[in-house]
Each structure stands twice: as C-alpha cells, then as structure tokens.
Design a protein around this ligand. Structure first.
Ligand code: FMN
Ligand code: SF4
Length: 482
C-alpha cells in the first residue's frame, strides 16, 4: 500500500484531496508532548528565530539554523558579518565568534515568539568548521532556550556526548539504517537518555545537502518506505522502540504519507517540512525567492555534486547552477606527459602546457572561441574553462575565504591543517558567500538556492492562491491533510 503511495508521488504528483487525513496525536519530542510536525533547519538564515518560534508557538517543533545566523545591534538592525583579520585561520575564528552571537540571538527570538509552547531546536552542519565549539558555547549560554539539536552532513559521532553534557536532546540526520547503526555502535549507545529521535532524510527528495552514499545512484531513487522500515527494525533491535523517527524529504501533504502514520512497521513518526515552510509570512527568505518558488515546475530542482563539502545537494536550476553544469559538461581530461592517447597540446598559460586527446581538441577550441579563455586544472586531472571575469571572481572568493567548512574543495581550506594540500577545485564554489548573499536579499539568479524536489507543488497548491499564509495557517492546513 505504501509503495503505491510512493508511486503516486513520483508519477502523478499530489494525490486526491477528497479524503481527510488521519488525526495526528502528540508525541514526546525533546521532553514535551507536541504535535509531530517539525520545521526543518535551513542555513544560512533560511530558518531562524522568527520561523522556528512561530512553529513552536503552534505546539510543533521549530528549528533555527546555527550556520552564520544573523545577530543585531541594540536597535534590532542586522549586523552583517564582518572580517578584519588577514589570514584564514583568524577569519575562521571571527566566523565562529559571530556564529555564536547569531545562535544566541535566534534562540532568544524563537523562545520569545514561542511563548513557552512547543519545542525549539537548533540545526548544525557537522562539517562546519568549529561546529562543536559553536554548539558547546551556545548550549552553555542558552540554557532553557534550546531543547534539541539536529545535526547532519557527515557522521556527527560527538553529538551525543556534547548534547548530553547540557541535558539537551539530540537528533542525528541520516539517510540509511546503516549510517545510524555506525553512529550508534561507535558513540550513541553510551548516550541513550538524550537521543530524542532519528531524522531519516530522504536523499533523493530533500532540499539542501543530501546523504547519498557511493553505493547509491542519484538517478535511481529508492522507496522511503522500505528504508524507513529498515531503520525502525534496526532501532528496535538496539532497544529504541519508543524513539521516534522523523521523516524529512518530500513531505508536503500528510495525505501522501497516510500509510506511514500509525503503522507498526514504522512506529513512532514525526514529519519534517523543509521547503514548504519557506513560503510563509514568518519565513525569513526574500520576497523574490518566495515569488520564484511559487512559479517552479517539476524538474526545476536538480540533485548535483558541486558543493565544496563534497556532498550531493538539491537546488533550483538557475543561472548559478546552469553555469556550474555547463563548466562540468565542458570538462576535458588531460595528461602532463605527451602519450599516444593524449597527443594534442593545450596551453594553460605562457609557461604551462598539458596534453589532451585529439577527440577533445574541437571542444577546447569552441570554449576558447566563446571567451572561456582561462583554463584551470581540477584535482582530477581535468581542466575546465572560465571567462576572465569568472576567474577574477574565483580568486577573490578564495582570497576572502573565512574557513567555514572543516574541508573545502573549492578553496582547499582545511580546519585541521590550514590547507588540505589538494588542488582547489574550480568546478565548485564558495558556499558561505553565496548562501549568505542570497539570505540578505542577494540575487536569486546568481546565487545557490537550495530547495526540495516537491517545490513545484507551490504552483498548484490552493493554500498559496490568495497570498502568503502564516505559519499558523500552514499548520492548520497540514493537520487537515492539505
Ligand atoms: C533552503 C534549504 C536549506 C537547508 N539547509 C539545511 C541545513 O543547513 N542543515 C540541514 O541539516 N538541513 C538543511 N536543509 C534540509 C531541511 O532541513 C529539510 O530536512 C529538507 O528540506 C526536507 O526536505 P523538503 O525540502 O523536501 O521538505 C535545507 C533545506 C532547504 C530547502
Ligand atoms: S571558500 Fe570554502 S571554506 Fe572558505 S568560506 Fe568559502 S565555502 Fe567556506
């Protein structure tokens, strides 16, 4: 039955709206009985104190992002991130300092708006450089304001120990039963009390970074139902029968997921919404971004691997992404030595040449003729073609790196070593710069816009026909099955 429902989602879009959805019963989340409806955390500043506070106010769970959140002056004006130091390591420390201020500011706002209702969670990207330092400092200073921490992108082994130290519930985000089992065996089995739930984030449907493993094919989505049943089976075997699973990725209307509610094979379940809450009055994203999402069609969101984290991610196919795709499509393999196979010279600069296959000569020539005259090596013995302006911008972005990731493929920054020693990858981009820019009214054309694959449903969903709903209105509709 559940498989049929999944088929419906993929093949035909929303299921019929005639039937009312099963009633949702409150469940225990982060120490309180709340409705099992959760706003997913979205960085940078795409979910914040205002949105998470509004979700909590409706006796649900709101999640603000802990990645470079906004902080304010005494008058409530946003204080934009500022960097004064010359070297990357020092700028990384400035970034951490400002992130802590931002998290505390957002936690306070969320707490005030929630009026003590629901639960407030904070989301942290584990691969963020300094994530543990930020979390420790924030949980130390925000006692009583943050009830749970969700954490994905990587394997957050230390999350259990860190959150438990502050009596805060923790929620690893995984995309398979296997990933959870690894975390459990190595770390979480010693921190059972504060394991609040396990977020299953579907890697083929969810917006943002996606946890596809090397064994999984981005073009061959698997049914979330079977993967959830496997996760529940694993959790039951580990003695976690009462621990909820939080389903994230592709959740729009609960009608699509009705077979997952009160299903003994899945057990306690809550639903996390990432993309749908982005068009609400309380959502902090720009009006232009909201307007764009209201017009998208099926296929306008693509799963790709350009992120400097090395993870797959799902984002809107705009000029920013199209240019990365084009660059990748025109990539050419080379050899440093002339061989029978790599026989044609390609000049990279006045002093450097490489050798390419003769079959790639025409491709290179076309690129150069089109003005993509800056030819840059990737770490995989390939070259890509950039315009002089793109190359100037890329150098500038690398120069301004603030060391936001533990390992960055774009700039070769490494938190542990200062420099990873790998060649910076010109097929990638500075994720900090672009997400920060778009979250502060930056271009929706020339920046990365994360979104889930169900985003096209905004265009036909009657809830958005007469304007932008409030979080309260959205939650009422979700509860009613719309
Ligand atoms: C704009 C955007 C930014 C996101 N940023 C993060 C993030 O920083 N950390 C994280 O764990 N998940 C992030 N997510 C994932 C969401 O929290 C949520 O799990 C996901 O969007 C659910 O799938 P859906 O978009 O189909 O509802 C992001 C999603 C979107 C759309
Ligand atoms: S270059 Fe990489 S590490 Fe540096 S700020 Fe940008 S995304 Fe972060």
């Amino acid at each position: 039955m559940a498989l049929y429902k999944l088929g419906t989602i993929f093949a035909n879009g929303p299921v019929s709206e005639e039937k009312k959805v099963k009633a949702l019963n409150p469940i225990l989340i982060s120490g309180k009985e709340v409705l099992p409806l959760i706003e997913g955390g979205k960085g940078i500043n795409a979910s914040d104190g205002r949105s998470s506070g509004a979700w909590a106010h409706e006796n649900c769970v709101g999640t603000f992002s802990g990645v470079s959140p906004d902080y304010y002056d005494e008058k409530g004006n946003v204080l934009f991130e500022r960097y004064f130091k010359k070297d990357r390591k020092s700028r990384h420390e400035e970034m951490v300092e400002q992130s802590i201020k931002g998290c505390l500011a957002q936690a306070k706002i969320a707490h005030e708006i929630s009026n003590g209702q629901g639960r407030i969670h904070m989301n942290m990207l584990w691969e963020l450089a300094g994530s543990q330092q930020i979390l420790t400092s924030v949980l130390e200073q925000a006692k009583g304001l943050i009830h749970g921490v969700t954490c994905g992108a990587g394997l957050p082994y230390n999350l259990g120990e860190l959150a438990s130290r502050f009596s805060t519930y923790y929620y690893p985000i995984v995309s398979s039963a296997r990933a959870f089992q690894v975390l459990w065996k190595r770390a979480y089995k010693n921190f059972v009390e504060f394991l609040g739930g396990v977020v299953y984030e579907d890697p083929w449907l969810a917006g943002g970074h996606n946890g596809l493993s090397n064994a999984e094919d981005p073009n061959q989505p698997q049914t979330p139902y079977l993967r959830l049943v496997e996760l529940r089976k694993t959790m039951n075997e580990l003695g976690l029968k009462e621990t909820p699973i939080i389903l994230a990725g592709g959740v729009w209307s609960l009608k699509d997921w009705e077979d997952y509610i009160d299903n003994p094979d899945i057990g306690k379940i809550a639903f996390q919404f990432g993309t749908r809450p982005m068009i609400t009055k309380e959502s902090p994203i720009s009006d232009a971004w909201k307007k764009l999402m209201l017009q998208l069609k099926k296929g306008d969101v693509i799963l790709q691997k350009f992120s400097p984290t090395g993870f797959f991610s799902s984002a809107i196919k705009n000029t920013f992404l199209e240019r990365l795709i084009e660059r990748k499509n025109n990539e050419i393999q080379f050899s440093h030595e002339k061989t029978e196979e790599f026989s044609e010279i390609l000049k990279l600069s006045e002093t450097k040449v490489v050798y390419i296959r003769s079959s790639d000569s025409a491709k290179a020539k076309i690129q150069i003729e089109k003005g993509f005259t800056e030819i840059k090596e990737t770490p995989d013995n390939t070259v890509v073609f950039l315009t002089p302006d793109e190359w100037v911008q890329m150098k500038e972005d690398r120069k301004n790196c603030v060391g936001c990731l533990s390992q960055c493929q774009f700039s070769a920054w490494s938190q542990a070593k200062g420099n990873s020693g790998r060649l910076p990858d010109p097929r990638s981009y500075c994720i900090h710069k672009t997400l920060y820019d778009v979250s502060h009214n930056g271009s929706i054309v020339d920046n990365l816009l994360f979104a889930g694959h169900q985003v096209y449903r905004f265009a036909t969903d009657p809830l958005y026909r007469n304007g932008i709903p409030s979080v309260k209105e959205l939650i009422e509709k979700i509860k009613a099955g719309y």
